[in-house]
Design a protein around this ligand. Structure first.
Ligand code: DGL
Length: 279
């Protein structure tokens, strides 16, 4: 029997759990391994080289655990580390393995959801600085204009559980206004950070009537299902025991408690000290 392994799902912290939730709902047969690098989160304000270094350490760990396929369920890591990992690291590390991100699958479909051809992207400073959405959309929907707004405090607010409090309203309104001021024609807002679905309800409150909101969970799942259909050689390497295991580089009790809001069911994690990622 050939060896099979779980699908690795990575995020700087809790946000990737919104993607994992969609994966487990739609593709429950596979085994999944989740790693949240909570001890070093948020990534959003960090440099290219730091994010590459941290993400590569995580990818190596997933490979050591036997994952043939790793999904960077984090826009910031996808924007600032994925290309280098795919082009520079993977060929010598494990050429038969794959690392996929969340930006390309989102850009592949986003243009279908706008009537006006003006879309708004709300993301971390790192994702915005990288211009990844602008560059990817230019490939798939060159006629669509992408307006971007960095929301530096949204991830820290969510990670601290403050997204439900009144403090969050101030920053949501501020950043949303700055985005919408860029073009009165914007008719679609993308939550381009896997943490942001937790703010969706509050956000909708401040959106003009008729404005569409796009989140990434189902987009990533549709894209993965399509990828596995087209790549049976990868699909056959994936374990099908229906298991889900969680690891965090920070405090497991905290991860389990806060993570449940993202995963929308209970979470039981194991501690992976960041030192064990560095070798
Ligand atoms: N969930 C990550 C993303 O999608 C958050 C990044 C961060 O840690 O700031 O970008």
């Amino acid at each position: 029997m050939p060896t099979t392994g779980p699908i690795g799902v990575f995020d700087s912290g809790y946000g990737g759990l919104t993607v994992l939730r969609a994966l487990v709902d739609r593709l429950p047969a596979y085994d999944y391994l989740y790693l949240g690098d909570n001890a070093r989160a948020p990534y959003g304000n960090r440099s290219f080289s730091t994010i590459h270094q941290y993400t590569l350490q995580a990818v190596k760990w997933f490979f050591e655990q036997g994952c043939p396929l790793v999904i960077l369920a984090c826009n910031t890591a996808s924007a600032k580390a994925l290309r280098t990992i795919q082009q520079q690291d993977l060929p010598s590390l494990a050429p038969e393995n794959r690392v996929l991100g969340v930006i390309r699958p989102t850009a592949e479909v986003m243009g279908h959801h706008t009537q006006t051809g003006h879309v708004g992207v709300l993301a971390t400073p790192g994702t915005v600085q990288s211009d990844s959405y602008v560059l990817e959309m230019a490939k798939f929907f060159p006629a669509v204009t992408v307006h971007q707004q960095a929301c530096p405090l949204w991830v820290p607010l969510i990670e601290q559980g403050e997204h439900v409090g009144p403090g969050a309203d101030y920053f949501i309104q501020k950043d949303l206004q700055a985005l919408l001021a860029q073009s009165p024609q914007t008719d679609l807002v993308l939550l381009a950070c896997t943490h942001y679905p937790l703010l969706e309800e509050k956000l909708r409150h401040y959106l003009p009537a008729g404005m569409k909101v796009l989140t990434q969970g189902t987009i990533v799942v549709d894209s993965l299902a399509d990828y596995l259909n087209r790549h049976p050689e990868m699909e056959s390497r994936l374990g099908r025991g229906g298991s889900v295991h969680f690891f965090t580089t920070d405090e497991p009790a905290d991860f389990d408690q806060k993570g449940a809001a993202f995963y929308e069911r209970s979470v039981r994690s194991t501690h992976l000290p960041p030192d064990e990622l560095i070798h």
